[in-house]
Design a protein around this ligand. Structure first.
Ligand SMILES: [Ca+2]
Length: 481
């Protein structure tokens, strides 16, 4: 009897191994695919957020209805390169020292760290197109296949206005297909038409509505000038700001020339037109997705790298720590988890994307990743949540956003405090009022304990948005604190 058991035991073990392996294979086959969509410079002017009723985004709204949107979603940095680097690496700007467009992240973030590497290691086919990272710093080894942004963009004809100073907008006499985003989207459509044995991680990175807002004229025609509304604007809004905040606003760079030109509404028309063009490409991608074999077993995650000012706080572009530059649209569609049309009001930031995707796909989240998975919120948008959103702009400047408050702390110690429910435009800075001292102390305690020094880099290389336009000199080097 004993010898029979001895004989049987290895067989039992083998049988169990077979069961385990079989389960592992089944789990692998059931692994969800990922459609990862990045949009450049799209602020909260999307229909589903209801913030600006002028905007026309039927396809983004259609995607929003498929899953969950976040009303309080914020970037990790209000600048392309550090925002994308933080999301893709799982490491915040104050951890890596990647603060601006001139900081080449590749020497400080090893190839095993990024999100795409985690998915490749887990057996996914990882491919993408367009702008996922700031394109000056590509690292092809992180992808199985990648379509770079190539080819020229149609130019504004000579003699025609191309905008006001650095704010570039003009309707073009060209076709949808003439802009790079068309090809970038087509790459995604093509990938969705292919069958694979491996699960798919497909990234599509659209350039618009980044400037120049040069899109076919028909998109401008959607927004007749006579109907354009200016954003909420307070003449003396800057009067209660500390010096560091005034340097962020720097109205002389863009806003004063815009007022002088009398073309504020035309500029808004340009941004809305560029958003509408982007929405058209999202529609093409969604049409292809819904006809594809990926329709029912794919997680969709759509995000924009940060927001944009169009004159609020007398400022244009991103590069600030206020609501306009930090808030961004985020949509999650997770089969079996999110409910169609769900809305979550909790504060999240883009550091959550990496750990949420690995969590949902059953991939171990690497230990270096700083964000927290929002699976609990995707399951139940009212779930308890104590994590505020945080955004960093250059060395030592941070904002903490809770559901009720925005607190801003600048490197020189200057502060701002806004009570969002009463003051959604952040017009009244409460930081100097003694009755908010306890609130300030609480929010201060959420700031990072350490700030990595700016890693430096070639200013001017890949810094086209960051230099002369920001009013804050980017070359300043600071020692870590
Ligand atoms: Ca103010």
């Amino acid at each position: 009897m004993l010898s029979l058991l001895r004989f049987l035991r290895p067989l039992v073990v083998l049988a169990w191994l077979g069961v385990l392996l079989g389960t592992a294979q089944a789990a692998d086959a059931a692994r969800p695919n990922v459609l990862f969509i990045a949009i450049d410079d799209l602020r909260d002017w999307v229909g589903f957020l209801g913030h600006n009723p002028q905007t026309k985004t039927p396809n983004l709204d259609r995607l929003a209805r498929m899953g969950m949107t976040f009303t309080r979603s914020y970037c990790a940095a209000p600048v392309c390169n550090p925002s994308r680097t933080a999301l893709m690496s799982g490491l915040r700007p104050f951890t890596t020292g990647v603060y601006d467009n001139g900081n080449d992240w590749r020497p400080v973030i090893s190839e095993d760290k990024p999100l795409t590497s985690a998915f490749r290691k887990a057996g996914y086919y990882v491919c993408g197109s367009g702008k996922i990272y700031h394109e000056a710093y590509a690292r092809p080894s992180e992808w199985d296949d990648y379509l770079k942004n190539e080819g020229g963009m149609p130019k504004v004809p000579a003699g025609q206005s191309d905008g006001v100073g650095g704010i570039k907008f003009a309707p073009l006499d060209c076709k949808d297909e003439d802009l790079n985003d068309w090809r970038i989207t087509s790459y995604g459509i093509d990938q969705l038409g292919r069958k694979r044995d491996q699960p798919l991680f497909l990234a599509v990175g659209l350039h618009k509505p980044h400037m120049p807002w040069n899109v076919p004229k028909k998109y401008y025609d959607l927004f007749p000038l006579a109907t354009i509304q200016l954003p909420p604007y307070l003449e003396n809004d800057l009067d209660d700001l500390p010096p560091a905040a005034l340097r962020m606003a720097h109205p002389a760079t863009d806003h004063e020339p815009m007022l002088k030109s009398g073309r504020w509404k035309e500029a808004i028309q340009g941004y809305l037109a560029a958003i509408a063009y982007t929405d058209m490409n999202i529609g093409r991608l969604l049409d292809a997705f819904e006809k594809s074999a990926y329709k029912d077993n794919t997680i969709i995650c759509l995000w924009s790298d940060h927001g944009w000012h169009l004159g609020e706080k007398h400022h244009w572009r991103k590069f600030t720590l206020w609501e306009e530059a930090t808030r961004q649209p985020t949509i999650w569609v997770v089969p079996g988890v999110t409910k169609p049309g769900a809305v979550c009001d909790r504060t999240v930031d883009l550091m959550s994307v990496y750990p949420t995707l690995t969590d949902l796909c059953g991939i171990p989240t690497p230990s270096h990743v700083e964000g927290r998975s929002i699976r609990a919120l995707l399951t139940n948008p009212q779930a308890p949540w104590d994590l505020p959103a945080m955004t960093t702009f250059r060395f030592g400047n941070h904002t903490v956003r809770t559901e009720d408050w925005r607190y801003i702390h600048y490197e020189n110690g200057d502060e701002e405090l806004y009570q969002e429910a009463k003051d959604p435009n952040e017009w009244t800075n409460l930081a100097a009022k003694p009755e908010y001292a306890a609130q300030l102390a609480k929010l201060r305690s959420l700031l990072p304990a350490k700030n990595h020094a700016d890693i430096g880099g070639r200013r001017g290389q890949g810094a086209e948005e960051g230099e002369a336009n920001t009013g804050v000199k980017g070359g300043k080097r600071k020692k870590a604190n």
